[in-house]
Design a protein around this ligand. Structure first.
Ligand SMILES: *Cc1c(COP(=O)(O)O)cnc(C)c1O
Length: 419
């Protein structure tokens, strides 16, 4: 029952005070007349809303040491989260995800660490964002949540919505891996496959808003997923002793995590828990779906829709991101860069790391390794840099190479072959 006790302890953090949210703010115009405690989608300018906190109040309410001493996963960052009442937090056993230094899969002298988000409920970091969003829906009285998804987001939403007693409906491109589609269904959601891309699924959800009255859970169209993903930045800062790694490689689709981490670092600096040093933030995409990389290379603030997007790193098959300018800003302000990797390299790296270090990454995670290798070669990062790679889901959800060794039990066995 240790986990249950731990969770009760975490829950009690929420019980005696309201949230520290002061208001919400339009990410493009900066307009700040969006009240806390009310239902919001996009801003009037059609862009994501960012949650703002009373940072002075946070500073006076909790110390870094106290935060660090709390057990458990991301719910412990209570002061930095928008949920008001402990009754609304939904926990399926979150953990602080481990940091694993690569050992045999990198050249000697390289300091490359994987943050393994595959250890979270439903096997991906989508759990962070959707747990927060679903908790806020519970708090605000939204009962039916609809999401366009390449798989992992729908699965995370299904699990957390079901546990919270909320209805969820997922729309996936029909070539989404079967394991994801079935997982969504089995975890209590309604799931539909659609003969199109995630952009087509987005349109279906949008067009249904009026008639069905569901809440549109498209990436960044509700304000709270970023807050959940922000906890990656809080966790990292804590795990690195309130210092930062030199470079972070992040597999970028809609960019929620990218934007969220950048926001976390900003909030932490403002209350004086970290200094002004930032990791270089590197947005990693697949060569056949690289709108952010193209916009970065072109030196522009917004990306254009990527036609015929395809990659089997499904989580980053996102042809257009509504928060493109926020991703690009973080990349540029951090002195980082955006980089595209070939499909073949993604799977080569996945296999290489698994075989050398026993660590099975998802293709999106493997893409960050491929990007690091390229950047090392081109001199964009150096061998002495402390590098953090995000493995955003468990490798077990994805197809693996076939095996081909058979043993006939009815024939004499040549034991020499096993030596
Ligand atoms: C969704 C997803 C991503 C992309 O995450 P964003 O924060 O939306 O850019 C990366 N990897 C996996 C496994 C995903 O499911």
């Amino acid at each position: 029952m240790a986990n249950q006790l731990e969770f009760e302890q975490t829950k009690s953090l929420y019980d005696d005070k309201p949230s520290f949210v002061s208001h919400l703010e339009c990410s493009i115009t900066g307009e700040s007349d969006y009240s806390a405690g009310q239902i919001h989608g996009l801003s009037r300018a059609g862009r994501p809303l960012l949650v703002r906190y009373d940072l002075d109040k946070i500073k006076n309410s909790v110390s870094r040491d106290e935060m660090e001493s709390r057990p458990g996963g991301f719910w412990k960052y209570r002061e930095f989260l928008p949920v008001g009442s402990g009754e609304n937090i939904i926990s399926l056993g979150e953990v602080m995800t481990p940091l694993i230094p690569l050992k045999h899969s990198v050249p000697k002298g390289c300091d490359v660490i994987v943050k393994d988000e595959g250890r979270l409920p439903t096997g991906s970091f989508k759990a962070r964002g959707l747990a927060l969003a679903a908790a806020m829906s519970k708090e605000l009285g939204q009962k039916h949540l609809a999401i366009p998804t390449n798989g992992n987001a729908g699965a995370a939403l299904a699990a957390y919505a079901t546990y919270a007693g909320l209805k969820s409906t997922s729309f996936c491109p029909d070539d989404t891996p079967v394991v994801n589609i079935r997982e969504i269904q089995l975890q209590g959601a309604d799931v539909f496959t659609v003969n199109g891309l995630v952009s087509d699924c987005i349109k279906i959800v949008k067009d249904g808003n009026q008639q069905v009255g569901w809440t549109d859970y498209t990436t960044l169209k509700e304000p709270y997923r970023i807050e959940g993903k922000k906890t990656m930045g809080l966790e990292l800062a804590e795990q690195f002793g309130w210092q930062m790694p030199d470079v972070i490689f992040y597999p970028t689709g809609g960019g929620t995590g990218f934007i969220g981490m950048w926001k976390a670092f900003d909030e932490l600096e403002k209350i004086g828990w970290i200094g002004s040093k930032r990791p270089k933030m590197v947005a990693v995409q697949a060569s056949n779906c690289a709108p952010i990389v193209k916009a970065y290379d072109d030196g522009v603030e917004h990306a254009t829709f990527w036609e015929n997007a395809y990659t089997e790193a499904w989580g980053i098959r996102v042809p257009a991101a509504i928060g493109d300018f926020l991703i690009l800003r973080a990349v540029r302000q951090s002195g980082g860069f955006a980089i595209a990797v070939d499909e073949e390299d993604i799977f080569k790296c996945r296999n290489h790391i698994a075989q050398k270090d026993g660590l099975l990454l998802c293709p999106e995670g493997a893409a960050t390794f491929a990007a690091w290798q390229m950047a090392l070669k081109s001199g964009q990062v150096s061998k002495s840099d402390k590098v953090l790679l995000f493995n955003t889901a468990t490798g077990l959800k994805y197809p693996m190479p076939e095996t081909n060794q058979f043993l006939d039990k009815n024939k004499p066995i040549d034991y020499n072959q096993f030596k």
